[in-house]
Design a protein around this ligand. Structure first.
Ligand code: HEC
Length: 183
């Protein structure tokens, strides 16, 4: 760097000289900063660019949840689930009472329902394969989304739903998920 400055100086006489020198110094500082960041490690660089932050205190199937997933899930929920489970996750009216068909209405996905009683794995299976996937032979109006949505889309919808729960429901469901060994 010192050599660069030495060669540079004689070519830049006159009023511009000062600012030109200043630019060189600045780039020296910048280089020093970059190498300092490089030695302190990736963590510093990652923190300086919080493009897609983790959602604090939320995981899905043991993996961290990103803000972008929750945002994608909110839209996917509106497009695929809200017609039955409600735009505000409130469920169908009188959702505890069996329909004339003998089937159950769509329950809420907010903390007034029982979605949060189920593990991540269970919620994923129900959404992908319908309730029959976890209770064989069970007749239900809940569609299987395995053909219309990718696994990542299903996961995004479920993390959106989870992100709306208050702390108590989140903690309860996290424990149920941790205890669900996949049997
Ligand atoms: C056509 C209506 C309909 C749509 C659309 C629908 N569901 Fe359902 N869902 C139901 C019904 C009805 C039940 C209750 C099933 C039963 O007990 O028979 C249910 C139950 C569930 C359950 C189990 C909840 C619990 O507490 O046991 C989950 C999870 C679920 N749905 C997720 C979803 C997701 C996610 C979507 C969107 C991708 C979705 N559902 C779209 C009708 C629907």
């Amino acid at each position: 760097m010192a050599q660069t400055e030495f060669q540079f100086m004689p070519m830049n006489k006159g009023p511009k000289d000062r600012s030109a020198k200043c630019t060189v110094r600045r780039s020296v500082h910048l280089a020093a900063l970059v190498s300092a960041l490089a030695t302190t490690g990736v963590v510093v660089l990652a923190q300086s660019e919080p493009v897609d932050p983790r959602v604090e205190g939320l995981t899905f199937l043991g993996e961290p949840v990103l803000a972008s997933q929750v945002m994608a899930g909110q839209q996917l929920y509106a497009d695929n689930c809200a017609s039955c489970h409600g735009a505000s996750l409130e469920g169908q009216p009188d959702w505890r009472r069996r329909l004339d068909t003998g089937r159950m209405p769509a329950p809420p996905h907010d903390d007034s329902g029982h979605t949060w009683h189920h593990s991540d794995r269970m919620l994923f299976q129900i959404t992908k394969g319908g309730v029959g996937a976890v209770v064989p032979g069970y007749e239900s109006d809940m569609p299987a989304f395995g053909e219309d949505l990718t696994d990542a889309e299903i996961a995004a919808i479920l993390v959106y739903i989870k992100s709306t729960w208050p702390e108590r429901q989140r903690e309860f469901q996290a424990e149920v998920s941790a205890n669900d060994t996949g049997g």
